[in-house]
Design a protein around this ligand. Structure first.
Ligand code: ZN
Length: 279
């Protein structure tokens, strides 16, 4: 019997097939039609599952951006990073199509669950995922923080800048508007000519380019505030940094003031699909 994990992010839907013992057998990815509405997003999820589907599928695990009720398997609220995803019956739609057991959870929670295998016995761990948005999830005293609307420990939406940039959650100055890959790229474009992607900012930083150093110094300033707020709120044993941007570990280590409690995602971009099938 095999299981499939799907990670629905704001830019990419990643999918992987696992053996019963959790060994990754194959993986695929399709772009997320994030602006096209719920039906089109479901179609993309189905095509990712279909590409990995074998006769012996026993279980589907879904990791999704947004506030997810893990019992009903519905998306209670999602920002415009996934347009029209609020209210989506993720568990129901997938159960009706594939007739297997389906488990659904928030994407940062899934990334945290995926990484926890490397921290046996840890009871207080926080995960941040730097992607289209800034995902956050926390394990406190051995339990995943949920909150009354499944919106607890959403570190991307703590306010870093009073009256700051408008966030698509409705507030101003959220961490996501300064620390997501999207935000970093926008900040980079204002300073650096001909910038193609976020990775170039890190490459140019390492090459000593002044503009890239300025952009990342600002990013680092905000990041240090967020990390310090997390330490004050929860005092975790470790804060794990994941998502595409956190691949540039050497630069992150230079930017972070205090790194004794900082770790980087060991599963890289696949933390979410591993965590989606973690039971
Ligand atoms: Zn926000």
């Amino acid at each position: 019997m095999t299981k499939i994990g799907i990670d629905i992010g704001g830019t990419t839907i990643k999918a992987a097939r696992f053996s019963e013992t959790g060994e990754l057998l194959e993986e695929t990815a399709v772009p997320t039609p994030a602006r096209a509405g719920r039906c089109v997003i479901f179609s993309a999820v189905f095509s990712a599952v279909d590409a990995l589907l074998r006769d012996d599928l026993a279980f589907l695990g879904i990791s999704s951006a947004g506030n997810i009720d893990p019992v009903s398997g519905k998306c209670v609220y999602a920002t415009a990073n996934l347009f029209d995803w609020t209210g989506a019956d993720i568990k129901g739609e997938l159960e009706r199509r594939y007739h297997v057991r389906v488990q659904v959870d928030n994407d940062a929670v899934c990334a945290l669950k995926g990484e926890l295998r490397f921290y046996p016995g840890a009871r207080d761990v926080t995960m941040l995922t730097f992607g289209t948005g800034l995902g956050g999830a926390s394990l406190v005293n051995g339990e995943i923080v949920r909150g009354k609307n499944f919106d607890g420990a959403r570190w991307g939406h703590v306010i870093l800048v009073p009256d700051g940039l408008k966030c698509n959650c409705g507030k101003r100055g959220c961490a996501e508007r300064y620390l997501s890959a999207t935000a970093l790229f926008k900040a980079g474009q204002k300073k650096i000519l001909g910038l193609a992607d976020c990775k170039q900012i890190f490459d140019r930083y390492l090459a000593g380019e002044r503009e890239a150093r300025e952009v990342l110094a600002r990013f680092g300033g905000y990041l240090n505030i967020l990390l310090e707020n997390i330490r004050t709120a929860l005092a975790p044993e470790v804060i794990i940094l994941g998502g595409g941007v956190a691949k540039s570990q050497s630069v992150f280590r230079e930017l972070i003031c205090r790194s004794d409690d900082i770790a980087f995602a060991r599963l890289g971009g696949l933390s979410g699909v591993y965590g989606a099938v973690a039971e």
